[in-house]
Design a protein around this ligand. Structure first.
Ligand SMILES: [Zn+2]
Ligand SMILES: [Zn+2]
Length: 383
């Protein structure tokens, strides 16, 4: 069938809405009619090459040395339109959220309760279908890759069933789209990976979509104080509107103007880095406002070639501090997405305030311009 999708055809090329061809789902695949897709900064990093795998790895995983052309979008929700052979977890008409982390249920990581690092994740920045290594989406005669095995900026998607999370039909599909990536990732970065406890002091560096999730997570976990740090004052204000107790422009500002009085010089128990793009200087900046015995959670995406960072190793050791990486906030998508949606349904998880604008599938390029200019915290494509 022919559908509209927002595609990038070359590094730094614009988001272009094209009519593409998609096939019917094959074995263990599902076709979903998308209702909403969230506009996460990671897709911008896909567009500008910031998260491109090295060509040799792409070649090995997909038989070609580039991710382009690629359909963007990895957070979204919709309704199952049809299913291929062997699909047992879903049926036509089911409501689903997509998950940028597929979970197979069978690998060592899934079996040990860590499906957020499922082995199927190896292919999420490569492109062809997990099921058989071929493609279901084409532009002209060219096979299309999909961001994180999803490609949510498309009226319909064909994905492996491992990339879909069934949700109850009465839950809000727009909230599901937002919770399917950024908000869950941020929430888990605070609650799961950061292990925020009642009474903790928490700092969140970078207050976009993921950072907002981290603020909400810290508040839910009972933090005594949450410091929202962002160079954009409007993002700090928004973070305060969802529960952050203090705002700062950068870590120095927090270190001099907030933490001495707030913590009597002890600094933060947990510091979470959720900026759009990780940079080398941020690790030490975060460490410098972390308490003895404290935890630094590294959630932001970084370029694959960022291998050197600033870090006072002596202080890290002597202060007994810890740096932890995370994907999907170190929580299982099949557990986290329905759980946060239930909280949202009961009015205990305010995500609607974060949606600053809705766009059509023809306006994805405009939506990302708004995101970069700071007009948006989270834009959403409504299909
Ligand atoms: Zn995302
Ligand atoms: Zn697995």
């Amino acid at each position: 069938m022919q559908v509209k999708a927002a595609v990038v055809t070359e590094v730094n090329g614009p988001w272009r809405t094209e009519v593409i061809e998609i096939d019917e789902p094959r074995s263990h695949e599902v076709k979903v009619k998308m209702a909403f897709a969230g506009m996460c900064y990671s897709d911008e990093s896909l567009r500008n090459g910031g998260i491109s795998q090295i060509p040799e790895i792409l070649q090995a995983l997909s038989g070609r040395d580039t991710i382009y052309p690629v359909i963007g979008g990895h957070e979204g929700a919709g309704v199952v339109e049809s299913v291929g052979d062997g699909v047992t977890s879903l049926q036509v008409g089911d409501h689903v959220a997509v998950s940028f982390v597929p979970s197979c249920g069978n690998c060592d990581y899934c079996l040990s309760g860590r499906s957020y690092i499922c082995d199927m994740g190896a292919t999420i920045l490569a492109g062809p279908m997990i099921s058989d290594g071929t493609w279901r989406h084409r532009l002209g005669g060219t096979n299309l890759n999909r961001m994180c095995q999803v490609g949510a900026f498309s009226e319909y998607v064909v994905v492996h069933e491992a990339s879909l999370i069934r949700i109850e039909p009465w839950l809000d599909l727009r909230a599901a789209a937002l919770i399917s990536c950024g908000l869950s990732t941020g929430f888990g970065s605070a609650v799961n990976r950061g292990g925020v406890k009642p009474g903790d002091t928490v700092a969140v560096i970078g207050c976009g979509g993921v950072g907002s999730g981290a603020v909400l997570g810290a508040v839910h976990a009972g933090a005594r104080a949450v410091i929202a740090i962002d160079t954009d004052p409007s993002k700090v204000e928004r973070a305060k509107s969802i529960g952050a107790t203090y705002g700062a422009e950068n870590t120095l500002d927090a270190a001099f103007n907030i933490l001495p009085e707030l913590t009597w010089g002890k600094n933060c128990d947990v510091v979470i880095i959720t900026v759009n793009k990780m940079t080398a200087d941020l690790v030490e900046q975060a460490r410098s406002i972390t308490a003895k015995g404290g935890v630094i959670v590294l959630t932001s995406l970084a370029p694959f070639d960022l291998t050197t960072v600033d870090l006072n190793v002596q202080l890290l050791a002597m202060y007994n501090q810890e740096i932890r990486g995370t994907v999907f906030g170190s929580e299982n998508p099949r557990l986290q997405i329905p759980r946060l949606l239930r909280l949202h349904h009961e009015g205990k998880f305010d995500v609607d305030a974060l949606v600053t604008s809705e766009y059509s599938i023809d306006e994805v390029e405009e939506g990302y311009k708004d995101l970069k200019s700071g007009k948006n915290v989270r834009g959403v494509v409504r299909f």
